[in-house]
Design a protein around this ligand. Structure first.
Ligand code: 17E
Ligand code: FE2
Length: 422
């Protein structure tokens, strides 16, 4: 494959031809007219006027726990905390092969939906760090399908888990790309704050990215985001730091948020919301009215902060569903966040492409521009709005200039018989 013709690019009125050489984009040419399919040549693809975008991005998933729901027990309460307990039981049974097999299967599910960039959290509250070692191998083995970033994630705490700090340092030494945290799960507020100081220092010293599970609770007293943001501001690390979940923000009052947002803007960090996961795990201690348990996605966006959507789980102790399709998450997120207004629908894909790429600090490795990798995805729709309205799909995924996946849509046919006007 060396070109796509009749490609519709977001933000452009006319169709384009995209060409590449040795897996690098070498031409982006506006077309005066629609070209005939034959013009694609034997080495080309005709996009037929549909959208061609850079790959979809999955910026927050737990590949180490994927496909383990119900093993050995189901999460009956549906809470985050029971999920952590159930995972601890499954974690005791994990082997290297088990981890790698499930991770590869899940990566294939993601790639089947046009995702080529993935950030996974890997639980490092495990003496020996065998799971991390397995996932580092997966990172190499899966290169033909995805670029994988690995976050050293202390599921059971940095301060409250025996040897937590040493495990985090070891994980970074082994090659984790990013440093994680879980301050709301630490036993005390002081430990939560101490864990943030520790992890920011670790990341800065070793030049790693940061992605903290931060305030994943409906408790309005959980205020670790302000600490993470301030440590980020002081270090000037905004482009490299992400706060995931921050669901407590859905329970903060507006007076506190008006102060908090000042600090967030100064810090310039990114945000990831996992809407299907949060609507499922949060609100569990409410009767009615029942909170949605999501962070303030539109408010963060309107404040100029970078915010994106992610899946978080696929069939694990926290969430029993999921099939790799990030457009399903976008659909749910826009509904839950009151973001089905006209303007948001026009630019909806930003929340699962460009914004996510920015949170992952992909830089020049991402996007349709000359000299960048020919990583391209063909969609079944001509606009963001149409993709959502039709629950559309990825029809082809091209990686470093090679087609790695194609999908044919199901055909609809009507039986003959009485029908209204066509
Ligand atoms: N662990 C956690 O602390 N929170 C989550 N949402 C998942 C794992 C999936
Ligand atoms: Fe998570």
């Amino acid at each position: 494959m060396n070109q796509i013709i009749n490609a519709r690019l977001r933000g452009h009125a006319c169709l384009h031809t995209l060409r590449w050489t040795d897996g690098i984009i070498s031409a982006i040419e506006p077309q005066a007219d629609t070209l005939s399919a034959a013009a694609a040549g034997s080495e080309g693809l005709d996009a037929g006027g549909k959208l061609v975008i850079p790959p979809l991005v999955e910026p927050h998933i737990h590949l180490d726990a994927a496909l383990t729901a119900g093993e050995p027990h189901w999460n009956r309460s549906g809470t985050l905390f029971e999920g952590i307990e159930r995972w601890a039981e499954r974690k005791a049974l994990v082997t290297r092969e088990d981890t790698k097999t499930r991770a590869h299967r899940t990566i294939r599910m993601l790639a089947a939906h046009g995702i080529q960039h993935v950030r996974t959290h890997v639980d490092v509250t495990e003496p020996g760090l065998g799971t991390l070692q397995a996932m580092l191998e997966v990172r190499d083995e899966a290169r033909d399908l995805v670029d994988l970033q690995i976050v050293a994630f202390p599921q059971e705490g940095i301060e409250s888990f025996a040897g937590g700090r040493a495990l985090m340092s070891e994980a970074v030494a082994m090659g984790a790309d990013a440093v994680g945290g879980i301050p709301h799960f630490e036993n005390t507020r002081e430990q939560g704050v101490a864990s943030l100081h520790f992890l920011m220092e670790l990341a800065e010293r070793h030049d790693r990215l940061v992605d903290v599970h931060c305030d994943e609770t409906d408790d309005p007293q959980s205020r670790f985001l302000e600490v993470l943001a301030e440590l980020t501001r002081v270090r000037g690390m905004g482009a490299r730091v992400t706060a995931s979940h921050t669901t407590a923000m859905g329970s903060y009052d507006n007076a506190y948020c008006s102060k908090l947002f000042r600090v967030l803007r100064q810090a310039g960090l990114s945000f990831i919301s996992c809407p299907t996961e949060s609507i499922h795990l949060q609100g569990r201690f409410d009767s009615y009215p029942k909170r949605r348990g999501l962070t303030r996605v539109p408010e963060l966006d309107r404040a100029g902060l970078n915010v994106c959507f992610a899946q978080d789980s696929i069939v694990d102790p926290w969430y029993p569903l999921g099939n790799g399709n990030i457009v399903r998450i976008l659909d749910a997120g826009l509904h839950i966040c009151h973001m089905l207004g006209y303007e948001d629908l026009q630019r909806a894909l930003d929340f699962v492409t460009d914004h996510s790429a920015r949170a992952m600090a992909l830089g020049e490795g991402y996007g349709i521009a000359l000299g960048r990798p020919a990583n391209l995805v063909l969609l079944s729709a001509t606009s963001d709005y149409e993709l959502l309205r039709t629950q559309g799909h990825v029809l082809a995924s091209i990686r470093h200039g090679k087609v790695i996946m194609r999908r044919t849509m199901g055909e609809l046919s009507w039986a003959e018989g009485p029908a209204g006007p066509a």
